[in-house]
Design a binder for this molecule. Structure first.
Ligand SMILES: Nc1nc2c(ncn2[C@@H]2O[C@H](COP(=O)(O)OP(=O)(O)OP(=O)(O)O)[C@@H](O)[C@H]2O)c(=O)[nH]1
Ligand SMILES: [Mg+2]
Length: 288
């Protein structure tokens, strides 16, 4: 540290001098320093950055690098992709549109019609299964739809299904105005083996059965004069066989005679043609 003194009153200017490094023979080591330029440039407009690309890095000046921020999630390769679409706030939607309780057959047929259109729109869908206000679509194992980009598959499936629902509404409900837009959410799962796909579909069908049996009992009780809370209490902790028994004893109703579309849901798939290699148009089991 050096201290310089000028005049009477001491004025100290402190100058830091870095120590000079020397080699083994005591000679100072010469280090090249990069010149620092201080100047006045226009930073508005591309000129300065075009001439000084090394400052920010060439890549960052262009806009191509923005792609690197994309958070693309690709679905795992060689997996069966299942896209499950389900309606949001459907209790409100079904109330506003006065759907029959517990099942509105026309609304179910409208869902099936949308499923058929989905299979036409996305040829990689090999199977569809739906009940109530949901539909699951199985994509073939090696689908390259949107290069398996999950976000694009989700957004495209949900917007297509919603559009089909609105487009077909008048055909299925000619005397009902669509007064609230339907809205569907989508979940995606991937399964590495067909066995798991079958188990997934069995689980959905079991959910269909449980839900339908419950709502059938519930609405039969309510229609017979029980309050909704009382009906819930009666059904609390009952097993499937108890519900069948209740329907039979109180209402002389054989649950197994209820329409298959209500009890089992609907399956959509393409049939193999006679020559065994081309696919025929979508077949719907459960009603359209
Ligand atoms: N009347 C009538 N209502 C139905 C029918 N199918 C479904 N619903 C209604 O849809 C509801 C079930 O849908 P959920 O998906 O569980 O519930 P949600 O209201 O859509 O709620 P979120 O999915 O959480 O938005 C039932 O509680 C019924 O109110 C039908 O055929 N007829
Ligand atoms: Mg819902």
């Amino acid at each position: 540290m050096n201290r310089l003194c000028f005049g009477k009153d001491p004025l100290f200017i402190e100058i830091s001098l870095s120590e000079v490094k020397t080699d083994d023979c005591g000679n100072p080591i010469k280090r090249t320093r990069e010149a620092i330029t201080v100047s006045n440039f226009d930073l508005i407009g591309p000129e300065f950055w075009e001439n000084h690309q090394y400052i920010l890095g060439e890549e960052k000046y262009g806009y191509e690098y923005v792609k690197k921020f994309d958070n693309i999630h690709r679905l795992p390769y060689s997996n069966w992709t299942i896209v499950r679409i389900s309606a949001c706030q459907f209790d409100q939607f079904s109330l506003i549109h006065s759907f029959d309780k517990p099942n509105d057959e026309t609304a179910l047929r409208l869902m099936n019609a949308c499923a058929s259109l989905m299979m036409e729109q996305f040829p990689d869908i090999i199977f569809g299964y739906g009940f109530d206000n949901e539909y699951s679509f199985v994509f073939q194992e090696k689908t390259e739809l949107y290069q398996r980009d999950e976000r694009l598959i989700i957004s495209s499936c949900s917007s297509c299904f919603t559009s089909f629902y609105m487009m077909k509404w008048k055909e299925y409900f000619p005397s009902k105005e669509l007064v609230q837009p339907p809205h569907f959410q989508v979940e995606v799962s991937c399964y590495p083996e067909p066995r798991i796909v079958c188990d997934y579909l069995s689980r959905r069908q079991s959910e269909c059965h449980n839900r339908n049996q419950y709502t059938t009992c519930f609405w039969m009780l309510v229609k017979s004069g029980e309050g909704e809370n009382k009906a819930k209490e009666i059904l609390k902790d009952t097993l499937p066989k108890d519900k069948n028994e209740l329907l039979f004893q109180r209402f002389q109703m054989n649950y197994n005679n209820e329409p298959a579309m209500f009890r089992k849901g609907s399956c959509a798939y393409r049939q193999k043609s006679a020559n065994g290699c081309r696919w025929k148009p979508v077949k719907m089991s459960g009603g359209m």
